[in-house]
Design a protein. Structure first.
Length: 334
């Protein structure tokens, strides 16, 4: 073989080897690139999974933190409530102590009172309790009626201020929606005459309890007590034994005249006849109203106002008798 042919063969083998080397280099570069991309993707996936797992772990931690804060807050509130309960308990005990002391003082004062004075106090307490009960029942009745009935238009009578009654009075009893005129002045006048006779008959008694009547269907039960006090004859003053009225109560009988509102104010009505003898500007119509008759009194008040008469109401619990006492209050007219 000639030297030229050998040279050409060597050159061809070198070219083949170069090509193989280039291919191997390219494959290595591709492997490196693929490996790098795979590592980056794996890192991204790992980081995402780590972040997701971290978020899942954060939620229980946050929940636990909230629960812990709530427990702390509840413990603080419990401590405040405990302190408040202790304070209120101490305050309640102090009030109970004052109440016991007040009751002891009341018992001591009661022990120094006479039997009639204790009876008056008990009667006043019973009357106050019944008035509160009456007010509660009337309020409940008003609430029940407001649920079933349409709204009521209130009529305003232009009498913005009430004044205590000192002039003449016509007394009425309104019960079961019917009106009865009470012969108040005649009963009081008879009481004055009978009281003198009763005192003369019972000069040595400390308490006089008797009855007079009936007058127009009413009996009067009265009580007078004997006391020592200063008496003046105009020139001198000295201690002496006095008889004074303690109280009186009226007891209606079956002979009383009971009229409806229209009949009482009619031409021949008992109230109309009584009103004819009084000056409207100087007279107050005082009504002793029982629980089932307040609507009748409201209508009576409107009609009396149109005729120029003032009116006053005395609410009465069921079973309570009409009466008066020097310790009582006067009517307020409107």
């Amino acid at each position: 073989m000639s030297r030229r042919q050998q040279s050409e063969m060597v050159i061809g083998e070198d070219a083949f080897l170069d090509t193989v080397a280039n291919l191997v280099g390219i494959l290595i570069i591709l492997v490196v690139i693929v490996s790098t991309g795979t590592r980056t993707a794996a890192q991204l996936i790992t980081e995402e999974q780590f972040q997701a797992a971290e978020k899942k772990l954060d939620q229980p931690v946050s929940t636990a933190s909230h629960i812990e804060n709530d427990l702390v807050r509840q413990q603080e509130q419990l401590a405040e409530h405990t302190l408040e309960v202790a304070y209120r308990s101490a305050e309640r005990n102090a009030i109970l102590d004052r109440l016991v002391v007040a009751k002891q003082k009341i018992d001591e004062e009661k022990s120094s009172l006479t039997e009639s004075q204790r009876a008056d106090i008990e009667e006043h307490q019973m009357l106050s309790a019944m008035e509160r009960q009456l007010a509660e029942l009337l309020q409940q009745q008003g609430d029940d009626q407001s649920k079933d009935k349409p709204p009521i238009i209130l009529q305003h009578l232009p009498t913005p201020m009430a004044k205590t009654v000192f002039g003449k009075e016509i007394h009425l009893m309104i019960r079961d929606g019917l009106i009865t005129v009470i012969p108040w002045d005649r009963l009081v006048a008879m009481l004055k005459d009978e009281a003198r006779n009763a005192v003369a008959r019972s000069t040595r008694r400390d308490r006089i309890a008797e009855q007079l009547g009936p007058i127009e269907g009413f009996n009067m039960d009265y009580v007078m007590v004997s006391k020592r006090g200063l008496v003046s004859n105009g020139n001198s003053t000295a201690m002496a034994q006095m008889i004074e009225l303690d109280k009186f109560e009226l007891e209606p009988t079956s002979e009383i005249i009971r009229e409806s509102l229209d009949a009482a104010l009619g031409g021949n009505g008992r109230l109309r006849i009584e009103m004819a003898g009084y000056n409207a500007r100087e007279t107050t119509v005082t009504a002793w109203v029982y629980p089932n008759s307040f609507e009748t009194f409201r209508q009576l008040k409107e009609r009396l106002y149109r005729e120029g008469f003032m009116s006053a109401a005395r609410p009465m619990p069921d079973g309570m008798r009409i009466g008066a006492s020097p310790r009582g209050s006067q009517s307020s007219a409107q």
